[in-house]
Design a protein around this ligand. Structure first.
Ligand code: B16
Ligand code: MG
Length: 216
């Protein structure tokens, strides 16, 4: 298939910060005596920090004040950023690095579409600070996935219409966002089994056999 652009989700697609999110939420949940496990964590993929906290609290049967919620979200982010501080370009897998370079060499425009407010920090820790043609992240949007806002913003920055772009996502919320935005949605990892996905890949380099360069 020919696409002018590919928009990549970050956490769970290009890097494995998803485990850092789990460990940071788990530390906060334990601190406040809230039940939380990896099954609940799956529901937090692609979802904003604040919406993740609401899911965690609802699942744990806990209600708390706005002030407490803000404190818990800040505590989680502090623990999470502690993990990010240890990331290096070596955390980018060879498969991911080679695939990104090969797509760029084919003339496909590449962007990031992430719900994370830490996306800029992650990209710079991975040595990808100036690699992408555009990036849209959690600092620029009002509505998190499954709303399509972040992908539409990335496409707008690329000046590519959604119908000419594919989105690669690991979260059901991200696949829904891509579909609602009019993109071709490719599921990987947890989203590879997502029925709504238009395409499914096991590893990033599988993209090379389904994505050709842009239309002349
Ligand atoms: P932050 P993605 C998402 O990143 C994560 O999947 C999700 O677990 C997290 O809650 C969200 O970013 C917000 O992250 O707390 O760093 O702003 O998958 O959209 O790249
Ligand atoms: Mg993700």
């Amino acid at each position: 298939m020919k696409f002018d652009a590919i928009i990549f989700d970050l956490d769970g697609v290009l890097c494995h910060t998803d485990d850092f999110h789990y460990l940071a939420w788990k530390a906060v949940a334990d601190r406040y005596g809230i039940p939380f496990d990896r099954t609940v964590n799956e529901r937090l993929r692609g979802v904003s920090r604040r919406d993740s906290l609401e899911i965690l609290l609802e699942n744990g049967g806990k209600t708390c004040s706005e002030k407490d919620k803000q404190r818990m979200a800040e505590e989680k982010n502090e623990i999470y950023r502690g993990f990010l501080a240890g990331m290096t370009p070596g955390d980018l897998s060879p498969d991911t690095r080679e695939t990104l370079n090969a797509l760029k060499a084919r003339g496909v425009r590449l962007a990031i579409g992430s719900s994370s407010k830490n996306a800029g920090l992650i990209l710079s820790r991975l040595g990808l600070g100036s690699f992408f043609d555009a990036a849209a992240d959690g600092t620029e949007i009002r509505r998190s996935k499954p709303d399509p806002e972040v992908f539409l913003l990335a496409a707008e920055k690329l000046r590519v219409p959604p119908c000419r772009a594919a989105v690669v996502e690991d979260a059901a919320a991200g696949i829904e966002a891509a579909k609602r935005g009019g993109f071709y949605a490719i599921g990987i990892g947890s989203a590879a089994g997502c029925e709504a996905s238009d395409g499914r890949i096991r590893r990033l380099s599988d993209l090379l056999s389904i994505v050709q360069g842009p239309l002349p």
